[in-house]
Write a protein that binds this ligand. Structure first.
Ligand code: FAD
Length: 425
């Protein structure tokens, strides 16, 4: 069982997987299911990565619970996987087959006795921004990261751990699970192979100053749309205009927001066209009569995803406009958003007024903030170079922009590479 017990100062495994998103989970499971020991290390309080934050995922439009829950079950029952959350690699030394890794564990302030009963949360008087919902709402300072969180255990916001008022939460816990004196810990792991599955973050839309994000309330991004649509999101799943809660009659999706643009992200993130089409289905579900306008340079729906594109095109009120949105303004009287797009074939500028707009921003690899160790080669955009002959093995979006199915395939390949490192050593 992948149980949670106090962590010893020295641990060993065949493979260390860094990043507990769908890719890291897959690598860990595939490695463990051939009998190899794995440490799965996640910097957040729970695993699941960005997929856990989506409402549904294409092509089948299933909720993340489908894919993630199956994997969580495989992790839960595995005798070979050790999950460490709130954990980050501090340093790595050694060579393939014999690495020594220093891991920093940030205190959770809640120990393994937690049953997630929620009594502590009820009495908690302090609030914090909920980063799971991109800061759109609040949680208590002691919180369960989200409904599917694994480990299913509360966590205390480190900024509040020293606050006198938190003692009330500790007193409310009949299991003695809250320990506000918990200290950071550095442990050592001896492993044979290292897999980096650190995934992505959304491109910072405030940098695209012509598209109005951060300036107009009714301009949001695609990751925020996932949270609006989610039942455990800031609006309990209701998609409405952020400024005033107005129902949607016309909505615009702005493709390549910052992507394929020398000033921002020069590359294509491969999933944004399909993600917007998927989000259009969320809107259609709630508003059968709403007009949906999608502005694109060209639509990318590779392989069998073309079927999904063909299906949404049958919606008579879903309008595809060939054109890059170059300017966004707001009508001060109504709060409506006006999108100005130039048709890339005819040069004609089209003006479209909508209730709200969704910017399809791309994926930036987290490796740009924290480079992998051992002189791992990165490509010009910060993804782990596929042919690098030094450093760690990559999996999922740490390697390149990928959808979930492709991330899983990539992560399975990474598991095999890691097993081979172990066999050769
Ligand atoms: C708006 C949008 C919608 C999308 N919708 C779909 C969809 O419907 N269908 C689909 O197939 N794909 C979709 N995708 C793509 C999908 O999100 C990715 O394929 C998926 O997240 C890749 O998983 P991953 O594990 O590689 O990365 P992530 O999901 O980013 O997971 C990486 C994990 O690593 C952790 N981590 C990061 N750095 C460190 C560190 N230094 N130490 C420890 N842990 C770390 C992170 O906290 C995270 O848990 C969408 C993408 C976007 C932008």
């Amino acid at each position: 069982m992948a149980e949670f017990k106090p962590v010893e100062s020295q641990i060993t495994a065949d493979t260390l997987v860094v990043g507990g998103g769908i890719a890291g989970m897959t690598t860990a499971i595939e490695t463990a299911e051939v009998g190899k020991k794995v440490i799965l290390l996640e910097k957040n309080p729970s695993i699941g990565g960005r997929v856990a934050t989506s409402f549904q995922y294409f092509p089948k439009l299933c909720p993340p619970t489908c894919g993630i829950e199956i994997n969580l079950k495989r992790i839960r029952v595995s005798p070979h996987i050790r999950v460490l959350t709130l954990a980050e690699v501090e340093s790595v030394s050694g060579t393939a087959g014999d690495y020594e890794v220093k891991i920093k564990l940030t205190p959770r302030y809640v120990n393994e006795k937690c049953t997630a009963c929620g009594e502590c949360e009820k009495v908690c008087e302090i609030e914090r921004d909920n980063e799971f919902n991109y800061g759109l709402d609040k949680t208590k300072a002691i919180y369960l990261p989200h409904l599917m969180a694994y480990p299913p255990r509360y966590v205390v916001d480190p900024k509040s751990a020293g606050d006198e008022r938190m003692k009330k939460c500790a007193e409310a816990c009949e299991y003695g699970a809250i320990d506000l004196d918990m200290q950071p810990q550095t442990i050592t792991a001896k492993v044979k192979a290292l897999v980096w599955a650190t995934g992505w973050k959304p491109y910072d839309a405030t940098k695209i100053d012509n598209l109005g994000f951060g300036q107009y309330k009714n301009v949001i991004t695609n990751v925020i749309m996932e949270r609006y649509a989610s039942k455990n999101g800031p609006t309990d799943g209701k998609i409405a205009r952020p400024s005033d809660g107005k129902e949607i009659t016309r909505i615009g999706f702005v493709q390549c927001a910052g992507s394929r643009d020398e000033n921002h992200l020069p590359y294509c993130s491969a999933v944004c066209c399909l993600a917007s089409m998927k989000q259009a289905t969320y809107v259609r579900e709630q508003y059968p009569e709403a007009e949906i306008h999608l502005f694109y340079i060209d639509v990318r729906s590779p392989g069998r995803m073309e079927d999904f594109y063909t299906k949404v095109q049958q919606d008579e009120k879903f309008f595809f406009h060939r054109g890059k949105v170059g300017k966004v303004t707001e009508k001060t009287d109504s709060g409506n958003i006006v999108l100005f797009a130039e048709n890339t074939l005819t040069g004609e500028v089209v003006e479209t007024e909508v209730d709200m707009a969704v910017l399809a921003t791309g994926m930036v690899p987290n490796t740009v903030d924290a480079a992998p160790p051992l002189e791992t080669e990165l490509d010009e955009f910060g993804f782990i170079a596929p042919d690098g002959d030094k450093g760690v093995i990559s999996a999922g979006v740490a390697s390149r922009p990928l959808d979930v199915a492709a991330s899983i395939q990539d992560a399975t390949g990474a598991a095999l590479k890691a097993i081979n490192v172990g066999r050769r050593s």
